[in-house]
Design a protein around this ligand. Structure first.
Ligand SMILES: [Zn+2]
Ligand SMILES: [Zn+2]
Length: 135
């Protein structure tokens, strides 16, 4: 993985957060609070605000992908080559996040981008609903 993307250094703090995501692997979605409590458990002294800033930065640097929930809540996941464009079902009540793949969505994105002359970066669909446990 490129550590000097965007010309910014990966500080020990940022590396710790990134390590956590790499440990749990792609396909797992964590909130800032979960990242925070995880790091505090491993004796890191870091504020939630710092975690938020770090997560945002890692998104900008292209290491993480940010998912928006309904209520201003956010979840983050590792952006990885072997886990390409995938889509999410998000429970509006508990935040449970399930992944699915859809060739059609990816194709629709490509088509739309081509029609409007956009350079395609990603095509992902977030489907919001209520999970079976919350219905
Ligand atoms: Zn995902
Ligand atoms: Zn739910």
């Amino acid at each position: 993985m490129e550590l000097h993307q965007d010309g910014r250094r990966l500080t020990p703090q940022r590396k710790k957060v990134l390590d956590l995501f790499q440990r749990i692997g792609s396909g797992n979605h964590l909130s800032a609070e979960e990242v925070h409590s995880n790091l505090v458990q491993s004796n890191a002294r870091v504020s939630l605000a710092t975690i938020y800033r770090t997560l945002r930065l890692l998104v900008k640097m292209g290491f993480l992908h940010e998912l928006e929930l309904n209520d201003g809540g956010h979840r983050f996941e590792l952006l990885s080559q072997d886990h390409p464009d995938h889509h999410h079902l998000i429970c509006l009540n508990c935040g449970r996040t399930e992944e699915f793949e859809s060739e059609q969505v990816v194709l629709a994105g490509m088509q739309a981008a081509e029609n409007k002359g956009f350079k395609l970066i990603e095509s992902t669909l977030n489907v919001r609903g209520i999970c079976p446990d919350c219905i």
